[in-house]
Design a protein around this ligand. Structure first.
Ligand SMILES: Cc1cc2nc3c(=O)[nH]c(=O)nc-3n(C[C@H](O)[C@H](O)[C@H](O)COP(=O)(O)OP(=O)(O)OC[C@H]3O[C@@H](n4cnc5c(N)ncnc54)[C@H](O)[C@@H]3O)c2cc1C
Length: 424
């Protein structure tokens, strides 16, 4: 028997990004007991990530204050979901220990992660994701005076560049793989979302190039230069850091572990944000990426629906449709070019945890073959990085999640072993 604590709530929200905060705030006036858990030290999710190098916009503070105003919302930051030990129960871990949390309704707001694609040199120190660079800067990484190249796809490149510039970095190039025509069409479509058009104007940058992509990073102990293809020509630039993000992939591991159906790479939801499993809802980028406004409105609908306020939930249908249309534009205009799968050379690592090169995978028949015979996805990230890359490169379905979802302490694992109801 373990010393794991037990707790209960009516509505458990996993993830305190825009979707999770909105879900909790919508559910709270019903009087239900609401618990919000998130592995970051403070609520805000990816877009409103706090830290010594972050400056939070007023809207982020307003949502935090809204959470704090409701006495029946308990926020547990620095807490991770580890497993689902029994029906209607999640096993949680924080700095102090483990806890089994029993819920009546569950709202998954687990967001998205960056898609990293392998290219020669991508494992050199100084190469990160674009959002990864943003997170590092907000956590206090000093980049003042550094020469940085940002590459990949989507509006996150511009947001990352703005964060780096505000921190005193010298951004040399922002290389977007989508064509000029695609990006121009996206820009023209923004008349339907004036707030986004304004944001695009504030982020516009003369160093932005379309039809451009990273080819390789060079360096010995640290990245020293980057090779880029810009249209028809290749250029090499000396730099201190490269940040590459190829869009976002929904975080569906917990949903999959709980049996929620997926459509493509995202959790399937109905008009009330309900998943295929009774009592479980999902909102925000775990249901497909599309920005914080979509996450907020989906979270609001899920929060109302989870406490039985269907009429209130339905009042947000039009707003959600508006942001779903924006998401559709993003997907269409920044779709990744197929030939990005030609970036790796035979010796380029695809699985950086287990040092598995591209050449070792090209003859594999699928994910299970690659995992069993090449150890791809068997390391610390458990396929979160190489699984997404392998899906893009080879069309393999990424690995099914297995508990524990993240590396945990032995005492936490003991929380799975309670006699009578342990499933794993
Ligand atoms: C690295 C990165 C940087 C981004 N930066 C920007 C930006 O600057 N501007 C912008 O407009 N958009 C940005 N985005 C897009 C942004 O994610 C969304 O627009 C918005 O934040 C989505 O809100 P959400 O609530 O769906 O998810 P998120 O904001 O991603 O929130 C999900 C939360 O769930 C937590 N979580 C997930 N799984 C677990 C678990 N098992 N246990 C505990 N907690 C868990 C995560 O830590 C996270 O805090 C970024 C995305 C990423 C991946």
């Amino acid at each position: 028997m373990s010393g794991v604590a037990f707790d209960t709530c009516d509505v458990l929200v996993v993830g305190a990004g825009p979707a999770g905060m909105a879900a909790a705030v919508a559910a709270a006036p019903s009087g239900a007991s609401v618990v919000v858990i998130d592995d970051n030290p403070a609520p805000g999710g990816q877009i409103w990530r706090d830290g010594p190098g972050a400056s939070l916009p007023p809207v982020a503070r307003q949502w935090r204050e809204a959470l704090a105003r409701h006495a029946n919302i308990r926020v547990r930051s620095g807490t991770r979901v580890v497993a689902a030990p029994a029906s209607h129960e999640l096993l949680l871990e924080d700095a102090d220990g483990a806890m089994r949390m029993r819920w009546t309704k569950l709202i998954l707001c687990t967001g998205a992660r960056e898609l990293l694609l392998p290219f020669p040199g991508w494992t050199l120190p100084g190469v990160t994701g674009a959002g990864g660079l943003q997170a590092l800067i907000k956590a206090g990484l000093p980049v003042e005076g550094e020469r940085i190249v940002i590459a990949g796809s989507g509006p996150l490149l511009l947001a990352a560049a703005a964060t780096a510039i505000a921190a005193g970095a010298q951004v040399l190039r922002i290389a977007e793989q989508a064509s000029f025509a695609s990006v121009a069409a996206f820009g023209a479509s923004l008349v339907r979302w004036p707030g986004k058009a304004l944001q695009a104007l504030t982020l516009a940058d003369a160093r932005y190039r379309t039809a451009s992509r990273v080819l390789s990073a060079q360096g010995t102990a640290q990245v020293e230069s980057v090779r880029l293809r810009q249209g028809d020509r290749e250029v090499e630039m000396a730099c201190d850091r490269i940040a590459c993000g190829f869009g976002l992939t929904p975080n569906t591991q917990l949903g999959q572990l709980l049996g929620c159906a997926l459509a493509g790479q995202a959790i399937t939801v109905d008009a009330l944000q309900a998943t295929s499993v009774a009592g479980i809802y999902a909102a925000g980028e775990c249901t497909g990426f599309g920005g914080s406004e979509r996450a907020l409105v989906q979270g609001t609908i899920a929060g109302h629906a989870a406490v039985g306020e269907v009429a209130k939930a339905r009042t947000h249908d039009r707003e959600r449709a508006r942001w779903n249309a924006f998401a559709a534009q993003l997907h269409r205009r920044f779709a990744l070019a197929d030939d990005l799968s030609a970036l790796p050379r035979p010796d380029t690592l695809v699985c950086r945890c287990e040092d598995v090169p591209f050449s070792a995978l090209s003859a594999c028949t699928g994910w299970t073959d690659a995992k069993l015979h090449r150890r791809c996805g068997m390391g610390a990230c458990q396929g979160r990085v190489c699984g997404d890359a392998a899906q893009f490169l080879f069309g393999w379905t990424p690995p099914a999640p297995r508990p524990p979802l993240v590396p945990v302490r032995i005492e936490t694992l003991a929380g799975l072993a309670t006699p009578g109801d342990a499933r794993q």
